[in-house]
Each structure stands twice: as C-alpha cells, then as structure tokens.
Design a binder for this molecule. Structure first.
Ligand code: ATP
Length: 554
C-alpha cells in the first residue's frame, strides 16, 4: 500500500468530527489493506509505530523536525521557521517544500520512522534529522504534512483505539457486535496491531480466546464502589476476601525466565525505577509469571508510609540513591499467569491459593494484608482495624470472580472512610487546557481546564476550571508536565469557557469539589463547583472519571 493512500485517509478523518463517519472511513480503508500490512497500518492510523506500552519514541523535538524540513527542501532553517510562524503548523509548512511524486510505501515510512527511533548515542540528533529529511525528499505535499505530524507525535485525528477497534469489527466481521469481542481482547493484549493481525489471519474466535503473553501488559482491573457495606450481600455474596487497600502505585510485574518487566497502571514500563522490586521478583520460585500489587514506601520496621513518600521513587535519575533513601515493598494481591498457565478466567480463590505458594514474606515483597469474611460485620471490623492503623481503606473481592481486565467490575469493591460519612468520591479529571496566571501567578499557568471522559464517544468533555489547591511548587512544575498544542486537540470537547492554551489530554488530576450544577459554560452541560486540586494521578486519561459516573451522581 502506498503511503499517499494513508495520507488521504488522514485528510478525510481530519475533516470529519462525527464518530460514525470516522469509523466508516477507517473500516473501508482497513479492509483495503493487505493481510500482511494491516498491523503496520493500524499503528500508523493512530499516528504511532508501535503499541503504547512499547515505549518506542522518535525522540524528535520541534526544532529537529524543522531542520529536517529545511534540509529536505534545501533551504535555510530560518525560511521554514518564518513559514511556521505565519501558518502556525509545521506539517503545513512542510508541504511547501515537498514536491516529489507519491512513491513511498506504508512499509517504507514505517521502517524509516523505526530507524529514526532506534538511533541513539552521540551525533544521534544529526542522524535523525538526515533520515527524516530523506523521507521528506521522497514525499508529495500531502505526505509531508502527515509525516511531519507523526514525527512530532501530533497527528491530531479524532480516531483513538476505540474507533480503530470498531472499524476493524466492521471491516472484517461485517458487524458492530464483534466490537465488544475486540475491545475485550484489547484489554488482555493492548496491542492493536496484534489484535488486527489475529483477526484477519485467524478469525474472530481466535481473538475471543486471546491469551496473556508474558511481557505484554494487561489492562488493569479496577474497583466498583457501593453505598453501604450491606450492599455486599447482593453484589458479591459471602464469603469474600477482604484486603487492605494500599495507597501507593499499582505495579504489574512480568517475569519471563530471568527477565523482569514492571508496568504502571498507565501501562508504562517503569522497570528502571524499581531495581529492588525487580530483584525480589527475580527470586520468586517461578519460571514465568504475571503478578500484581501495590508498591508502598516502608520504614525500617516495615510499616507502610504515606503515598507522598513512595512518589519520590518516580524518577529517572539518582535511582540508586533513592533506592537507599526510600525503601519500598510490593504488597502483592493477584496472579494472572503462572508457569505457562493463563489464570485470567480462573476464579480468585484459586488464583490466591497459587499466590500464597509463591509469595513468602520478604524485605521487598509480601502478600497484601487480607482476611476471609463470612458476613458484613467481619468486613466492617477489618476495615476499622485498617483505618485505625492509617490505611486508605479495603477492597472486597469475590472468591469466584475472574480477573476483569480493564474493567471497573463488581468482582472488586472498594470501601473508604469518606464513603462512611456519605461523602462523594473525588473526581479524576483530564487536563485539556490551561489559563495564564495573573498577579502572583503571572508568567505561569494559573488555572487548568479539566474534562471528564465520555466512554461512548471516546471524548474528553470539559467539566470545570481548576484554579485552587496549587502550591507555588506545583505551579512551577505544570509547564513541564503539560504538553501544549496550538489547536484544540482531537477527542476534546469544550465550549463556553475556553483556555488560553490547549493541552494534549494526557495528565490526570484528582479534584475535590462542592457540588455538580447545570452549566452552559462547559461541554458536559454540568460543572463542578469550587473545584480544588488534590494530587496528580498515575492514570491513563481513559481511566478518568466518566461522564456516565458523573451523571449517576446527580
Ligand atoms: P481511588 O481513587 O479510590 O484510590 P482508583 O480510582 O485509583 O481508586 P480503583 O479502581 O477505585 O482505583 O481502586 C483500585 C486501585 O487501588 C488499584 O489500581 C490499586 O492501585 C489500588 N489498590 C491498593 N490495594 C489494593 C488491593 N488490595 N487490591 C486491589 N487494588 C488495590
């Protein structure tokens, strides 16, 4: 397949905002892709060259891309810069310097981009620029526009993973109903290229039976919540396992022979941050395994320390020093794969029995505190004990429950002190925009536009303007944490209050608030009154509080 065909599809997708039209355009296009190209085409339609978790990065800043365009067009950087300033978009600026006949294949572009990503070491910047330039020299104007946007990691099409899964269902099964099968498979194996390939080569049944592959992260299961512990009677029944809910960072550890990989809840590879956990997992008496737990900071006696302490371990530099300064322990609560056996559909009671065999109390790893309960009173007592010792709450787990990958299912139910007081949970919202500060906050961002996630439309919908609860240090950190873009990002819906700067919907913040009121000033039609920043969350934007959950609270 020629890259220009893909570029034309990008153009069509860019011009449409309707979810259904996007899905249909994609379905038609994906159907036309050859069996052997489908994997590559799927990644590229999402503006990527590998699945999210693979951490493959082109490593090209705007300046480098600009130099690549100038090099390809044989002009001065300043000339491209002037165009960029005038047009406001580097992709469109690149069009002006591209005049080749369409000749690139999708595969050539994919391989070229991979080569750029692989270059490292000294002189890597120059080499990356040269490689991009050579692709641009062989590009027509429309190809150059999108090539540059992919290189910048800013394709800005409205299509996300869900749209592509939906389109695949239509293209290769002829029915929308297959979407739920594909979505479920994507929870167990969040590699869209792989799912597509399985579908086209082995059929829907093979997708339905997709298994865990050690090394590929599984989307993590989440908890439901109840109004009162009495509700357990109808939700899970008894007996149940009741566990301490730790307030640290969720880790999914994959062990394949001697190799260990750790994934965060956002499915990011965080192996290098926790060498101590890696060596503890290396010592487990298993050949292959996927286990899950919460990593917490501990004092010399092994007591759990607050969340803020473990957060100091979230760093790329000075790791060895912080391993010494902030000792941690992984409190393990699940096993999804063990010695060649996929346990995702196995009931929790059996998974837990296996877990007990492999996890012995050690310095850096031990089982989560838990008890077996036959009635509400027992769960209540355990909860009181945990909270008195400073714990965040409990998680109640159905003994017969499967591991519901990526789902907020009823097999896990959380219970926290604030629920007892009848208080509402806080909101986890996605930052979609920022406002410049005034007065003391001049020169910084002073407030953020935050959105809830609409899982039906796969969009981020504005819900509140957040300006309270930030310390000066936090405000200083914001520009580094937020990726600003010069246009409203794809999949973002906002109206009424619009920000000074649009932000890629990537960062999730926990927000407290007084009440939800009707409001025309936000796209959701409702607004959170008196929102207050609480903390940054280690969540994917699609795991933020959903529009559906907010509507249930009204
Ligand atoms: P909250 O905002 O209430 O902390 P959340 O939205 O982050 O919750 P939930 O799905 O409600 O996520 O709660 C599950 C999270 O709790 C997990 O992602 C995990 O990080 C943490 N956790 C701590 N202890 C346990 C445990 N014993 N079992 C399961 N999850 C646990």
């Amino acid at each position: 397949m020629k890259f220009v065909e893909l570029a034309r599809v990008y153009e069509k997708l860019e011009a449409t905002s309707s979810y259904n039209s996007m899905r249909d355009i994609l379905a038609k296009f994906l159907k036309a892709a050859g069996k052997d190209e489908l994997r590559v085409v799927c990644y590229l339609t999402l503006g990527r060259i590998a699945p999210h978790f693979a951490d493959v990065n082109l490593g090209m800043a705007e300046k480098m891309v600009l130099r690549g365009i100038a090099d390809a067009g044989n002009v001065q950087d300043s000339s491209v810069l002037a165009d960029y300033k005038r047009i406001g978009d580097l992709g469109e600026a690149a069009e002006r310097y591209a005049s080749a006949k369409p000749q690139l294949s999708v595969k050539e572009v994919f391989d070229g981009l991979h080569s750029i990503a692989e270059i490292g070491g000294s002189g890597s910047q120059e080499k990356k620029v040269k490689l991009l330039s050579s692709l641009l020299q062989r590009s027509s104007s429309i190809e150059a526009r999108y090539l540059v946007r992919i290189a910048l990691g800013d394709l800005r099409l409205g299509a996300g993973d869900k749209t592509v899964l939906d389109a695949l269902a239509i293209a290769y099964t002829g029915s929308k109903e297959a979407r739920s099968v594909l979505e479920h498979a994507f929870m167990i194996c969040p590699d869209i290229g792989k799912i597509a390939e399985l579908l086209v080569k082995k059929g829907l049944k093979a997708v339905e039976n997709v298994n865990i592959e050690v090394g590929i992260p599984i989307q993590m299961m989440l908890c439901q919540r109840v109004e009162s512990l009495d509700e357990l009677k109808k939700r899970t029944g008894f007996p149940v396992t009741v566990e301490q809910k730790y307030d640290g960072e969720r880790i999914q550890a994959h062990r394949l022979g001697r190799k260990v990989v750790l994934y965060s809840r956002r499915l990011e590879n965080i192996t290098s941050q926790f060498p101590d956990i890696v060596s503890a997992v290396e010592k487990l008496p298993v050949k292959t395994a996927v286990i899950e737990g919460e990593v917490v900071a501990v004092d010399a006696k092994g007591n759990v320390l607050p969340f803020q302490v473990v957060m100091q371990r979230r760093r790329k530099y000075d790791v060895a020093e912080y391993v010494r300064r902030v000792p941690v322990s992984l409190r393990v609560f699940d096993v999804l794969f063990l010695n060649g056996r996929d346990l995702i559909r196995t009931e929790y009671e059996k998974r837990y029995a296996l877990l007990r065999k492999i996890i012995k109390k050690g310095k850096s790893v031990e089982l989560a505190e838990s008890t077996l309960c036959n009635d509400v009173k027992c769960a209540e007592d355990f909860f009181q004990d945990i909270v008195q010792e400073g714990g965040e709450g409990i998680v109640i787990k159905s003994l017969s429950g499967e591991y519901q990958a990526g789902v907020r299912g009823w097999n896990w139910i959380k219970w926290k002190p604030e629920y007892v007081a009848g208080l509402r949970d806080t909101f986890d919202l996605v930052v979609i925009g920022a406002f410049y500060g005034r007065g003391r906050r001049a020169g910084k961002y002073g407030a953020l536009l935050c959105a809830a996630y609409d899982d039906k439309a796969d969009q981020f919908v504005s819900f509140c303007k957040l300006g309270t609860g930030f310390t000066d240090e936090l405000l200083d950190e914001l520009p580094e944490k937020l990726r600003k873009v010069d246009h409203k990002p794809a999949r973002v819906e906002a109206k009424g209050i619009l920000p000074d700067v649009w932000i890629q919907p990537e960062l999730v913040v926990e927000v407290g608030g007084a009440e939800i009121t009707k409001s025309p000033t936000h796209a959701l039609g409702f607004a959170l009154r008196f929102p207050r920043f609480l903390r940054f969350r280690e969540k994917k934007p699609e795991q933020a509080t959903s529009v559906r959950e907010i509507k249930k609270m009204l």
